[in-house]
Design a protein around this ligand. Structure first.
Ligand code: CUA
Length: 312
């Protein structure tokens, strides 16, 4: 399970693109330090200089004002163009193609299963196989969002009406926190996304499970939880495949119990977290469009939380 993967610090590069960005960053920092030290040494030399042959102004103008910047900036330009991750690469052969749509304030994620031809819809968690390029098609349903998973790569805006692309490739397993990087309204700060990089065979097994309809309920509590879901019309916004389909306003909950978090990174998943979310959604995530269900009897909330958590 994903729980065994460590959450990796955001500035520790774990992706091909992030490594290139980190390397360019270090070259810039070291280069700028050398230039700064050189300039200060020159200044100290000039201040201490009392006599001797005058330095010709033309030499300084041409050397320091023209030749040096051309060499340094030209070198940096060609280095960074050659080293930076490509902006609009076509998907490389064998890439996993995933579409991510920004919503207020969560992420809709779609996989296309090439074996069955099925589309698999999930939310807020980007599962990916280690070592395989993942080609993301990014868009938005209403306002501009921006996807940024710093440990894996640079960020890319998600603009309504167009599709931007971003290619990520994890080089080791782990959980990488991402964040919406473009102010998009009240709950912008609570719009996190976690990328989970898994061994390829585990990813394939995960994708196969995601394509299945919801787990059937096996106990009276779980049956009661499903009954609450149906009675409260949760399906007007949420799809649970095999139970109620067509709800598109909120995240697909078919396998919500198998995710690491609830509410786009707001809470750790589990029955307790789910019950907390159902009753206090607006204090946890101000602006969230889901109504709170604090008025329901505690037993109903517990059953609903247990049923949702069982949807692995
Ligand atoms: Cu979505 Cu900020």
């Amino acid at each position: 399970m994903a729980d065994s993967y460590a959450l990796v610090p955001v500035l520790s590069p774990a992706g091909v693109a992030a490594q290139a960005i980190a390397e360019i960053g270090w070259v810039l920092i070291v280069g700028a330090t050398v230039l700064f030290a050189g300039t200060m040494a020159l200044l100290a030399w000039a201040l201490r200089r009392r006599e001797g042959r005058a330095v010709r102004p033309l030499w300084w103008l041409v050397g320091g004002g023209l030749a040096l910047p051309v060499v340094v900036l030209g070198g940096l330009f060609f280095y960074s163009v050659q080293r930076a991750p490509p902006w609009k690469a076509m998907p490389p052969p064998g890439a996993l193609i995933v579409s991510v749509t920004g919503r207020m304030w969560w992420w809709e994620i779609r996989y296309f299963d090439s074996h069955s031809g099925a589309t698999i819809v999930t939310a807020n968690e980007l599962r990916m196989p280690v070592g395989r390029p993942v080609y993301l098609g990014l868009s938005s349903a209403e306002v501009i969002h921006s996807l940024w998973i710093p440990a894996l790569g640079g960020k890319m805006d998600m603009v309504p009406g167009r599709v931007n692309h971003l290619q990520l490739q994890a080089i080791r397993t782990g959980v990488y926190r991402g964040q919406c990087a473009e102010f998009c309204g009240e709950a912008h700060a609570h719009m996190a996304l976690h990328a989970v990089a898994m061994p390829p065979e585990e990813f394939d097994a995960w994708l196969t499970r995601q394509a299945l309809p919801a787990t059937p309920e096996v106990s009276p509590t779980l049956r009661a939880g499903r009954a609450v879901f149906e009675a409260q019309r949760c399906a007007s916004c949420h799809t649970v495949r095999g139970v109620a389909e067509g709800g598109r306003l909120g995240p697909d909950l078919t396998h919500v119990g198998g995710r690491l978090h609830i509410g786009a990174g707001t809470l750790t998943n589990g029955a307790a977290g789910m019950a907390h979310w159902l009753t206090e959604v607006h204090s946890l995530k101000p602006g969230a469009r889901m109504p709170a269900y604090a008025r329901l009897p505690g037993a109903d909330i517990e059953a609903l939380a247990a049923w949702l958590t069982s949807l692995q």
